[in-house]
Design a protein around this ligand. Structure first.
Ligand code: 26A
Length: 346
């Protein structure tokens, strides 16, 4: 699927580049580290032996990760034309960052990392229990990203040249000033600014920067638990996902000419899309327990599939169906990985 309107650097993403250290574990292991199934958290002191334990006690796999980088890799897979997407994030000058860069570059992403030579590349412990995944990120160098990276003239050019911007809610833990500056640039040039709620803790602990950037968001992704937590934090007074999506659309918006779109995924239940006071639901292919390997990267893949169509100005129906298609592929493999040609049929 290679649209004629595709060009290099059409979609620019920013986030935390992380190397996933992934293993199947038992529930006791999850409890030992006070982790919950299907959650994503930031590591603290209590997690300092986590990746070591995963490597020593379980057969941990090393897989390129980081939410936005995953999304761009999946988009590139579908787009086929290289370097339609650009990625900014911060890594260390170590072996892990080489693995990450080679992985994402070979899949077509134009990877422009900010380098930090004192802090190691970030990692994410991925604890798989049955079909569920629990994430614990140790951001390392990713947390050292500074706004200088987008001020540097070569990168500034990339920002100016991009038509679509995609940033995770996760990145609010790192550099709200970078996000706001990018959002304002997108607004000034009438270009779509896209974000993801990323994890429940973002709406709770980073509420203030999230709500500062919300008026700039043209398209927002989230899953069911993220949407529910956001609604609770914002006192929406409802747990109904459709009502929540509609209320998110109605939050104050800078660019009134472009109405906000909110897309909520809900596991194997239909995807909810809200826009202009209307809800549309899209069914998801139901997989058997045998087909389902792990849900790590499912949300990122959904966003990647959606954006691959969105940046080609395809109707939202096609965007959602491509998101569902991509997520369905990724959950049948370990981590956010794929192989062969993407065979999505619009
Ligand atoms: C700030 N945090 C917690 C994070 C992440 C993250 N990416 C950026 N920031 N926590 C987990 N991830 C990534 O999410 C992917 C699955 O959706 C993991 O690296 C994993 O590849």
């Amino acid at each position: 699927m290679q649209g004629e309107n595709l060009r290099e650097n059409l979609l620019l993403g920013m986030g935390n580049p992380l190397l996933d250290i992934s293993a199947n574990v038992d529930k006791q292991f999850l409890q030992k580290y006070n982790m919950k199934e299907n959650n994503a958290i930031l590591a603290d002191e209590s997690h300092k032996n986590l990746t070591g334990d995963l490597i020593d006690q379980y057969k941990a796999e090393f897989i390129a990760g980081g939410s936005v980088q995953n999304t761009l890799r999946v988009a590139q897979w579908l787009l086929e034309k290289p370097r339609v997407t650009t990625f900014f994030g911060c890594v260390g000058t170590d072996k892990y960052s080489q693995i990450l860069k080679e992985g994402a570059q070979s899949e077509g992403v134009n990877v422009i990392y900010q380098l930090n030579d004192t802090v190691p590349t970030g990692t994410c412990a991925v604890l798989i229990t049955g079909p569920n995944r629990s994430l614990c990120a140790d951001l390392g160098a990713a947390n050292c990203f500074t706004i200088d990276h987008i001020k540097n003239p070569a990168n500034r050019k990339l920002i100016e040249g991009a038509q679509y911007f995609y940033i995770s809610g996760f990145f609010l833990t790192v550099s709200p000033p970078t996000i706001l500056e990018t959002a304002k640039h997108a607004l000034a040039n009438d270009r779509p600014f896209i974000m993801n709620l990323s994890a429940p803790f973002v709406s709770q602990l980073y509420k203030e920067p999230l709500m500062q950037v919300m008026p700039y968001i043209d398209l927002l992704f989230g899953n069911e638990t993220e949407a529910e937590t956001f609604a609770t934090e914002q006192n929406f007074g409802t747990k109904d996902l459709k009502e929540i999506a509609l209320k998110i659309c109605k939050l104050p918006k800078q660019n009134e000419a472009r109405s906000r779109v909110c897309v909520i995924t809900n596991g194997h239940n239909p995807v909810i899309l809200a826009r202009d006071g209307k809800i549309t639901e899209y069914p998801v292919d139901v997989l058997t327990r045998e087909q389902l390997v792990d849900t790590n990267g499912a949300g990122d893949a959904f966003a990647g599939g959606f954006l691959a169509q969105y940046i080609q100005e395809q109707p939202l129906d096609v965007c959602v169906r491509c998101g569902v298609w991509a997520a369905t592929q990724i959950v049948q493999r370990s981590g956010c990985t794929f192989s062969g040609k993407a065979t999505f049929q619009p």
